[in-house]
Structures are given as structure tokens and as C-alpha cells.
Design a protein around this ligand. Sequence first.
Ligand code: FE2
Length: 288
Amino acid sequence: MAYETINVTKITPKIGAEISGVDISSELTDQQFDEIHRAFLENQVVVFRNQKLSVDQHKAFGKRFGDLHIHPASPNKIEGHPEILVIKADENSKIVAGEGWHSDVSCDLCPPLGSLLYMHQTPASGGGDTLFLSGYAAYDKLSEPMKNFLSQLTAVHDGDHVYRGRYGLNDNNKTYPSAEHPVIRTHPETLRPTIFVNRGFTTHIPQLSSIESKRLLEMLYDYQEDENFQCRIKWEPNTLVFWDNRCVQHRAMWDYFPNRRYAHRVTVVGDRPYFKRQDEIVHANAAE
Ligand SMILES: [Fe+2]
């Protein structure tokens, strides 16, 4: 279906699109919102350039998609706005958030629907791109026996090894989220299956022995990280990127040390991952 209120230009056939012709700081009409939502579901990662957004406008746009998430580990950096996650790297940084492939906070029982990252400052010498991969594209290329096998499994996603000690706070008495999710997840809006394990948070597959779990996860990580399933976004100040955390993983390049990169993230609450076989979905639709 064509778009009437926005322009959508695909970045690759499988993942990513640039959306232009809309000012997301303004009060969006229902049709504008519906078309942005549709482009988001179709392309999984959408990029808006030259947007002037205040903290409140950034939050307001995120709220159109659902309740806003508060990060389980990062301290509140913007007074009065706990929903804003500050993403910052400079000459003093020892580590950078999101440098390895991951899906945001997949250790939550209900991992985020998506994240909206708004760039304030890009590194002076370039770099700092974000890579995205499509879990749909990766799933679609699996062999049928592997799809069937993986659809019977769950995986544990743990926040402790990711977050403990990261923010320089005394967190000895703090507990970080951990959750078990299906390895193949049905996207709750598109109903498409997608691979839902990532290097950052996934620790093991409880139905398998330790070596089986380790090797199978390594295979899935290597397999998903194929460049054929990816797009790469180059940032400018005032770029907003909104990605679908339910079917996309991302990796932030830190190739610009000691230069500074500064962004704000708003994250939308998601629902609990589930898996439903495609024939069950077809039957359910036929019965409606
Ligand atoms: Fe991230």
C-alpha cells in the first residue's frame, strides 16, 4: 500500500528505511501516525533526519507507540526525566553501551517494543555508526528442520553479567532482571517468526546440555550476524532512529575514541515474548 503523508525510502530490501516529509515534533495526524507505524513494522528500523526535538517532544513521540520504559540499571541523568537514557562516549570512556550485538534489555520479562535514539552530537572525525540486523531475514533463511528444532526451545536472558558494576554505582544489593524467552518468537503485531537470542544477554538454552547450548548459541549468533541480514545507519546531529527491538538486534560501533558522541534514548515498553506456529496463526485467522 502506498504512503500518502510520508516518504519512505528503503535502505536495503530486508531492513531499514528513511522516512521524510514529516516533522515528528508536531502533533501528528492519525494518518501520519498510522503510516509511520506501518513503515516501522515493514522495515523494522526507521530513520528520521533533521528533526528538532526537545526532551518532551522526544518522549511524546515515543508515547504514541506505548508506555515508556525506565532502564533497570542506568542512573537517571536528566533531572525529572527518568525515561531518558543518556548514551555518551568520550575520551574518558572505558566501555561503551551496546558495542556488541544485542536486543535492548532482552533480560526483562517483557522486553522493550522498541527504542528511539536521538543523536545530539556525532564524533568529530566520523564513525559511531549503528549496525542493525533483521531477525526475520535470518529466520526466513533457516532450513525447515532447524526452524522446527529451534521452535521447541527457550533461552535464558540475564542482565546481571551485563549491568553489574557498569555504571560505577554500588549495586551489591541490587538484583537485575533475568527471563526465559522462546528462541523463536512470534512478532505480536506482524505475526512473523523471528530469532530471539543475542550475544549480549542470552546465557543458555535450558533444554540442552551445556556444550549443546553453547555451540548452538554460537552458531546462531554467527549465522544472524551475516551482513546479508543487516543495514548500517550513519548518524548526523538531529537524526532520530526508531528500531523494533522484537525482531532487530543492533551494535554501536565505537571506532571514534577519544572523540565524543552524545545521544538520548527513549524506550517503549513491550509485551511478553511468545511463539505460535504459523499453521496455528492461519487457523486462528480463518476462524475469525
Ligand atoms: Fe542498545
